[in-house]
Design a protein. Structure first.
Length: 248
């Protein structure tokens, strides 16, 4: 599974609101040993939403959590865009969604809120404990939830449970070396491609430093890769400090 966040909201891009979805979703996925493969914030523009969904749909094993734009106001384009990108381009009144909205709002469901029952043909309802207004999913890969964190975040937690994700243990080893990043490149290039390797260079008044991090779901592989760097640093007489596990 490759997880992606699609955050739809012009109000985030123009700084009227601050995004809270990236931090939440990345934290929840970490509990299963996963990270986000990508996160995109886009404006409430129909063609942009459609093209972004098309792109996400083309990526292998993509699981997409889309936040925002599923309400009943004129600037809520996500339901129609989801049908344009993933289905036949039409919206259909979903019987279950219609019943939920009518039960929650009564006569106040009309004439506007009932529009939230107009969904793509393949849509399945995602329950919304906060105010009962349903969200929806498609193909167990695309999950469209409200932009309000108090609504969407409990829904996402429930979705992650239902996805039956097999938790992974990630083993990470980190050090800070008193050198330039360039000193590490040759060793980095020799690593197996599936080993996660990141380096964060910093410049201080007393010289350069680089934080190196190695991670894998195989502890032996992670340790062996990490030792390639410590042995290289020792051979070059470059000082470094190991991080504790809770610092990684």
């Amino acid at each position: 599974m490759n997880f992606y966040a699609l955050i739809i909201g012009t109000e985030i891009l123009n700084r009227r609101r601050t995004d809270k979805h990236f931090e939440f979703l990345s934290t929840e996925l970490a509990k299963y040993g996963y990270t986000l493969k990508g996160s995109v914030i886009i404006a409430d523009e129909p063609n942009l939403i459609i093209s972004t969904l098309n792109w996400l749909n083309s990526l292998p094993n993509s699981i997409v959590f889309s936040f925002g734009g599923i309400g009943s106001t004129p600037d809520d384009y996500t339901r129609q865009a989801a049908s344009e990108a993933l289905s036949d381009g039409k919206l259909y009144q979903h019987k279950e969604a219609k019943s939920i909205i009518e039960s929650a709002l009564g006569d106040k469901a009309y004439p506007h809120a009932i529009k939230m029952a107009d969904l793509p043909l393949e849509a399945h309802i995602i329950e919304n404990p906060f105010n009962k207004m349903p969200a929806f999913s498609m193909f167990d890969r695309f999950f469209f939830v409200p932009g309000f964190p108090e609504m969407s975040h409990p829904m996402i937690k429930d979705i992650l449970v239902k996805l039956n994700i097999t938790p992974r243990k990630i083993y990470r080893y980190t050090l800070t070396a008193l050198c330039k990043e360039s000193e590490l490149i040759e060793t980095m290039e020799s690593l197996p491609k599936h080993i996660e390797c990141s380096s964060l260079p910093k410049i201080y008044s007393d010289g350069p430093r680089v934080i190196l991090s190695i991670a894998s779901d195989d502890d032996t592989e992670a340790k062996n890769a990490f030792e390639m760097f410590t042995q290289m640093l020792d051979a070059k007489n470059i000082s470094y400090a190991l991080h504790d596990e809770d610092e990684n």
